[in-house]
Design a protein around this ligand. Structure first.
Ligand SMILES: *Cc1c(COP(=O)(O)O)cnc(C)c1O
Length: 219
């Protein structure tokens, strides 16, 4: 199957209001261009260096999403162009993003990553840490970032009930912080669902799915 037909099949299966992030990590620019020519404009990468290289080579109307774990010392490389950072999991990282955004005279949109899986290896804040962050004085001072919502990854398992429980948990946390909106926190996005579980994620309230292998093939 071609990238174009994979993309079309997925688009047809997505409700209209769902945003599709085409996860292109490890794939060559020629593959991304195929998706671009099929109309895709949002791409997700998990390494800052790789995303920056691709940004330099590709058309400038693309929105680049950083979906991987972010190291503070590399934020500066993507600050001039990144459109949405999904994996923010600390105040310290937010402060660095704010600083680099200010240097570039922009506001950078972010999602806070929430730990919902039963796997030690996954990153993210728990509910208490999230509330602590959102209510802190330090957070309210950040004028060059904007929190648009939450991101989560379910446990890697075949157990649909387990995955559903985790997605439902993320949605309930999202609903619980809706009342905490401030000028730098305007909540409209729940980023959950990948190739294997995006349909379930949408049933559970996802507004943004991150799909890689079902578009570009295995890695
Ligand atoms: C790789 C990746 C995806 C896409 O995974 P697929 O199973 O290939 O669709 C989505 N989200 C994150 C955070 C990823 O690292």
């Amino acid at each position: 199957m071609s990238i174009q037909s994979n993309l079309n099949t997925i688009r047809e299966s997505l409700p209209e209001q769902i945003t599709l992030v085409a996860v292109s990590k490890t794939k060559p620019v020629s593959d991304l261009m195929e998706a671009y020519e099929a109309g895709q404009r949002i791409f997700g990468e998990n390494k800052i260096q790789e995303m920056t290289d691709k940004w330099e080579q590709m058309p400038k109307d693309i929105q680049w999403h950083m979906i991987g774990h972010v190291q503070s010392n590399k934020v500066k490389f993507m600050a001039p162009f990144v459109n949405l950072i999904h994996g923010v999991d600390s105040l310290k990282l937010l402060q660095e993003i704010n600083k680099q955004a200010l240097k570039n005279n922009r506001t950078i949109d972010c999602l806070l990553q929430i730990y919902i899986a039963e796997e030690e290896s996954k990153f993210g804040l728990d509910e208490n840490e999230l509330n602590e962050l959102l209510t802190s004085v330090e957070f309210k001072e950040l004028k060059n970032i904007r929190i648009l919502g939450l991101m989560g990854m379910a446990t890697f398992t075949e157990d649909q009930n387990q995955i559903k429980k985790e997605f439902t948990h993320l949605k309930s946390i999202f609903d619980s912080i809706k009342t905490q909106e401030t000028s730098n926190c305007q909540l409209n996005t729940i980023s959950m669902g990948m190739s294997g579980d995006y349909q379930l994620a949408i049933e559970c309230g996802s507004t943004m799915v991150r799909i890689g292998s079902s578009i570009f093939g295995g890695r």
